[in-house]
Design a protein around this ligand. Structure first.
Ligand code: ADX
Ligand code: SF4
Length: 226
């Protein structure tokens, strides 16, 4: 089924439903389809307070380009204040535990607020992104947040994403032109070199098996955390 058909089906059967957008090229493809077909799917962005300036300027750009509401969720300022006072703003470089606490504070808790009252959510994850996503389903139940989760681009290749971006002249994050292939928070993302996994630039100082932020926990990771 074409992307618009899949999204139409999701909107018809799982409303209220929302797209979680990190403004990645994948999320922009889904956003563009939602806007072109006028689909009743909300789009929200988790502004962690540590996003790149290019990501924030893309958010401004798409607000004028697309006639849809972009809801922005921010972390609880008191939680951030406490973390920074106790550990330092960039304490995530110090240990996996402090990195996960930062992600919990700046992404996972705001995600819970964004998903409150929803029947389903949509992400731009793809199987090719990383080994931890190789078995990603297009439709799954998200037991952590207690609702359905759709990954409509699960089977798409990177080339297909960029083909769509070019065909529909979709605005994209300029960091991709500088060698980034997966974009998260500024201090935790760097460009990758040819032959590296697309997400190798995320939390590059950690070993691969820790590299999920908690928005999309995998069984292997849950077992690890236990
Ligand atoms: S993650 O490890 O940060 O979750 P990635 O950057 O590969 O992974 O993003 C995968 C999907 O998670 C995105 O397509 C989007 O649906 C969601 N996502 C990630 N970061 C954000 C964010 N800051 N705001 C909203 N959604 C996000
Ligand atoms: Fe914090 Fe880095 Fe996680 Fe962003 S990606 S929430 S800065 S640890």
């Amino acid at each position: 089924m074409k992307l618009e058909g899949t999204l139409q089906h999701i909107a018809a059967h799982f409303s209220p439903v929302a797209l979680a957008s990190s403004l990645s090229a994948e999320d922009m493809v889904i956003t563009d389809t939602i806007a072109r077909f006028g689909l009743p799917i909300e789009v929200f962005v988790l502004d962690t307070g540590r996003l790149h300036a290019d990501t924030l300027s893309l958010l401004n750009e798409i607000r004028t380009r697309y006639p849809i509401a972009f809801n922005v969720y921010e972390p609880d300022p008191r939680g951030v204040e406490q973390y920074v006072a106790a550990h330092g703003r960039d304490a995530f470089y110090g240990s996996v535990e402090l990195r996960k606490r930062c992600c919990e504070l700046r992404k996972v808790e705001p995600l819970r607020r964004a998903l409150a009252g929803k029947r389903a959510w949509i992400t731009g994850q793809r199987r090719e992104h990383a080994a931890s996503r190789a078995a990603l389903a297009e439709s799954e139940f998200d037991p952590d947040n207690g609702l359905h989760k759709f990954n409509p681009l699960a089977a798409w290749s990177e080339a297909e994403v960029w083909q769509y971006v070019r065909t529909h002249q979709v605005p994209y994050n300029r960091l991709y032109d500088q060698g980034y292939r997966s974009i998260g928070c500024a201090p935790c993302t760097r460009p990758v070199v040819a032959g590296e996994d697309p997400r190798a630039g995320r939390w590059w100082w950690e070993i691969a098996e820790h590299k999920e932020c908690g928005l999309h926990p995998r069984k292997r990771e849950l077992a690890h955390a236990g």
